[in-house]
Write a protein that binds this ligand. Structure first.
Ligand code: SF4
Ligand code: MG
Length: 326
């Protein structure tokens, strides 16, 4: 599979009132053509910030400080004051946002929203052309075209998220960055959205998906590969099944444990939290950022940042792996 999108050493920070909080710190990732790349981590680990940056939607107070973007065959340097070509946004990369209700203008019908999205990039499009395109996309995905006449509040939460998915792909972006698109949905609506994304990939409407979620079991069923983020950094990456079955980084192990603890008395699985909280990114701890919460921490963990051990296909940034994988 060839590379569709790649970022190298990406750093992005929120800067406000003289304070700088680096929420994405030295992230390097690759999305291959035809794949779903999952990104997981606790809330506050930088997932949504990374989504904003990858969807080329970072705006103050969020600044992209440095990095390099490789997108569909072209290389773009990233940094404060560097402006990417406008036509990349929406056309090459689009965001499928979190919380469908906020994503849709409540006073417009779905067809008007579709028209607005298309016209922002293709101003000469007539309403008829836009509606036809939206109708075609809905039909392609097995959705009733009458939703075009509806206002967002008239649709169920699951249908609304499907409509947002349709709208975010109207410009046929190569890459869709989905930021927790299913986290507010019931299981059957979650599955419907996931099926839609797979269909869009199979039909070649989109060529790759970055799927951000905190739900590892869901990601395992959706994504081909998963990257785990902690405190602004990617700490582990691997093929989904391998990563969830045999996590190598203590943080990933804790995350997997956090969702897999069976509850003996209630017929549900208990979601057990991980001890402690992620570090304050205004002053992150030196060395491994997980050290204050890690039960395997050794003295050097809080002094030296662990590099990635392993290969491109499967790596983890933890000193424990030095001897095993170096
Ligand atoms: Fe734990 Fe050390 Fe590995 Fe960090 S580097 S995860 S502190 S063992
Ligand atoms: Mg988020």
């Amino acid at each position: 599979m060839d590379t569709l999108l790649r970022v190298k050493n990406l750093c992005a920070a929120y800067a406000q009132g003289g304070q700088r909080v680096r929420a994405v710190d030295g992230v390097s990732l690759e999305l291959r053509r035809g794949e779903v790349l999952g990104i997981a981590g606790e809330s506050g680990c930088g997932k949504s910030t990374l989504a904003q940056v990858l969807a080329l939607l970072a705006r103050p107070p969020l600044w992209v400080e440095q990095g390099e973007l490789w997108l569909d065959g072209a290389v773009y340097p990233l940094g404060q004051g560097i402006h990417l070509p406008r036509e990349l946004r929406g056309r090459k990369v689009a965001l499928l946002p979190q919380g469908a209700l906020n994503a849709l203008n409540p006073t417009a019908r779905v067809r008007e929203i579709a028209l607005e999205v298309i016209r922002a990039h293709e101003p000469k499009t007539t309403p008829q052309e836009a509606y036809a395109r939206a109708r075609e996309r809905l039909e392609q995905l097995g959705l009733p075209s009458r939703v075009l006449e509806a206002y967002p509040h008239q649709l169920s939460g699951g249908m609304r998220q499907r409509v947002v998915t349709v709208i975010s792909t109207l410009l046929n972006p190569k890459v869709l960055v989905a930021d927790e698109p299913t986290s507010a949905l019931d299981v059957s609506s979650q599955k419907a959205v996931v099926r839609m994304l797979r269909k869009l990939l199979e039909q070649g409407v989109i060529e790759g998906v970055i799927f951000i979620a905190h739900d590892l079991p869901l990601l395992r069923s959706v994504a081909d590969r998963i990257a785990i983020m902690y405190a602004g950094k990617v700490v582990e990456l691997g093929p989904s099944e391998e990563l969830v079955e045999a996590p190598r980084h203590p943080y990933t192990q804790a995350l997997v444990g956090a969702v897999l603890v069976p509850e003996p008395y209630i017929r549900q699985k208990r979601v057990e939290g991980i001890e402690g909280t992620p570090p304050d990114l205004r002053s992150p701890p030196p060395g491994c950022r997980f050290a204050p919460r890690c039960k395997y921490a050794q003295p050097r963990c809080s002094e030296l940042e662990p590099p990635r051990f392993g290969g491109e296909e499967r790596f983890a940034a933890c000193w424990l792996l030095e001897e095993v994988l170096a």
